[in-house]
Structures are given as C-alpha cells and as structure tokens.
Design a protein around this ligand. Structure first.
Ligand SMILES: Cc1cc2nc3c(=O)[nH]c(=O)nc-3n(C[C@H](O)[C@H](O)[C@H](O)COP(=O)(O)OP(=O)(O)OC[C@H]3O[C@@H](n4cnc5c(N)ncnc54)[C@H](O)[C@@H]3O)c2cc1C
Ligand code: SF4
Length: 292
C-alpha cells in the first residue's frame, strides 16, 4: 500500500474531523485538508524569521497541524483559546469521539452504545474466512457475551489491537502481528528567553519538519527527525522552583513570568522484529483476559 492509496482516506477523515494547519508543499510533511492555521505568537515569529534567514529553502518553522477547529465545522464551534482542553472542550472544538464521532453516529438513529464491554476477541468463520462478530466480557458482571456483526472495525490502539488479534488467532499468517513495534524517540531541547507579549491559550505548538537526509546533505544515520515546541510565558507554576511564602509571594505569581522558547526533537524508529508484544500465557487482567 502506497501513500497515494491511503491519501484519499486521510482526506476523508480530515474533512470530518477538522484539522487546522498551514499547507507548506513539502514531500516529507504532506499537506492535508486544512482549516485556517492558528497564528504563531510573537516569540515564534522571531524564531521563524531567524530560521528562514539562516537556512533559506531548507528549514522552516510552521504552526502545528492539530485536530482543533479554527472555524465552525460540521456543527462544532471554533476554538476560543480558553485553555483547559484536558477537561473536555465545552464548545466541542477539540476533536474526540465524545465531541464528534459519537454525536454523528447517534444522529443516524442507528447507534447502539453498549458500555462496560471489554472486547476479548473477534469471532471468525473458518469456512467463509470472515469475521463474524466480537466476544465481549461485561465489565460489571464479568459474563462473556457474543455480538454478531457484518463488519468489525478493530481500533483498540496499537498494543490492544495486536493483543485482540493474537487472542482471536486471526490475520496473522505472516506471524508479524505484535512485531515491529515503533514509537517516536524524543529528547534534546533548548529553552531560550524572548521578551514580548501574547493573549489567549492556543492549544497547539510549532513544528519544524524533517530536514535531515533530504536533498543534498547526507547524515551518518537513516531517516531524520522533526522538532516540536513553541514560545510562551511561564505561569504560576514557576513558584515551585522559587523560595517565598505569604500573600505577596502568591500575588507575584499571578503576573505572567518571563518568556521562553522550547524546542524538542522527535525522531523516527525503524521497524524491527525484536521490538514486539506477545500474549503472556500466565497472566490475566481484571476481566480474566490474558495480557500482552
Ligand atoms: C499523553 C499522550 C499525548 C499524545 N499527544 C499527541 C499529540 O500531541 N499529537 C498526536 O498526533 N498524537 C499524540 N498522541 C498519540 C495519539 O493520541 C494516539 O496515537 C491516538 O490517540 C491513537 O488512536 P487510536 O484510535 O489508535 O487509539 P486510542 O485513541 O487509544 O483508542 C483506543 C480505544 O479502544 C479502547 N479499548 C482498548 N482495548 C479495548 C478492549 N479490549 N475492549 C474495548 N475497548 C478497548 C480504549 O479504551 C480506547 O478508547 C499522544 C498520546 C498520549 C498517550
Ligand atoms: S482552548 Fe481547548 S478547551 Fe478552549 S475552546 Fe479551544 S479546544 Fe476548547
């Protein structure tokens, strides 16, 4: 399967989800179906211009591409930069199943939500060679139940999906299920002071797309890495590293602190069979299902 084969499906999903970002026309960071980008703040604009001057046409700083709306989209409101996204976004600007896919499914009138359903495995008809449904453990009673289905979508995340396939004993004629486990490696960063001001809490950062091993210069390693980061002012949390107590100390922490710029490298891992998950035959989870 090539990127060209899956690109239309990425587009389909992105049009539904609503992704904000800046199209840059880079082969190493393909553009998507973007809503208008969020703005770089003043500190990030300084760094963007400096990078463009130092490495013209080679490196660039762009705003992060993220599943947060910058325009009203599919009945959901644009982000108003209030900040506490991790508590669940009340305007449904931040994409999640609760905010977007479940309401859309409910609107079809054909959704049945079955809570407390812990999937054990996928059932399979050896004669037809097709999945027939799921075997589920009820999270409260711990009773096993089976549901029949014409189509089963397995999207229980990387390790859980592999675990369910391994427990089902299907789709593994290659023996590769659970193998070639990959993550990104992260580390190495800088923090630099910048002295300007900004308003609002943008739920996004900046991105420097990969520039290593592209074009002319070759590094003594495979592939490359990108950078994530952003500029911002420190908040009350900086008090944890300071001495002081009492009303004046607390009052001083209410004021925004100095600016900083953070930049952190994210590298690719290569697929290797030795990085794998497998079923532990001697250990089960709280629902009696063998763990991976
Ligand atoms: C702390 C953190 C920060 C991240 N930040 C970013 C980021 O900034 N940008 C980015 O692009 N990515 C980020 N990621 C990665 C990104 O969130 C994941 O790659 C993505 O959510 C995976 O989607 P998924 O649908 O495959 O799985 P998930 O979103 O994990 O969904 C799997 C679902 O299956 C359910 N499930 C699992 N097993 C069973 C079972 N046996 N029975 C029933 N249900 C089951 C789970 O409860 C879950 O709801 C981050 C991840 C983490 C953990
Ligand atoms: S900042 Fe976060 S919580 Fe606030 S509107 Fe935007 S996405 Fe929602």
């Amino acid at each position: 399967i090539r990127y060209a084969d899956i690109a239309p499906w990425y587009d389909h999903v992105e049009r539904f989800v609503g992704i904000s970002g800046q199209a840059e026309g880079l082969p190493q960071l393909p553009d998507g179906q973007f809503l208008k980008p969020m703005a770089l703040n003043c500190g990030e604009q300084v760094v963007r211009d400096a990078v463009a001057r130092a490495w013209p046409g080679e490196r660039l700083v762009t705003i992060g591409r993220c599943a947060v709306l910058t325009e009203a989209h599919n009945g959901r409101a644009a982000c108003h930069y209030c900040g506490p996204c991790h508590r669940g976004c009340i305007t449904r600007s931040y994409f999640s199943s609760v905010n977007a896919t479940l309401p859309a499914a409910q609107a079809t009138g054909r959704l049945t939500l079955r809570p407390y359903s812990v999937v054990h495995s996928i059932t399979y008809d050896r004669k037809t060679g097709r999945a027939t449904g799921v075997r589920v453990i009820d999270g409260q009673t711990k009773h096993a139940i089976e549901f029949k289905a014409r189509i089963v979508f397995l999207c229980a995340s990387t390790i859980e999906s592999a675990r369910i396939l391994l427990l089902s004993g299907i789709a593994n004629s290659s023996g590769q299920v659970g193998k070639n486990l990959m993550d990104h490696i992260m580390g190495g960063g800088i923090d630099a002071p910048v002295d300007r001001d900004t308003i609002g809490n943008r739920p996004n950062g900046i991105y420097v797309p990969r520039f290593r091993n592209i074009g002319k210069g070759k590094s003594p390693f495979l592939r490359g890495y990108g950078f994530q980061g952003g500029a911002g002012r420190s908040d009350w949390g900086r008090g944890a590293g300071q001495t002081g107590f009492g009303a004046d100390f607390k009052k001083s922490l209410r004021k925004p602190g100095p600016w900083g710029f953070g930049l952190y490298g994210f590298g690719e891992m290569l697929p290797k069979e030795e990085n794998f998950v497998e079923i532990d035959k001697n250990k089960v989870d709280a629902w009696g299902i063998p763990v991976a």
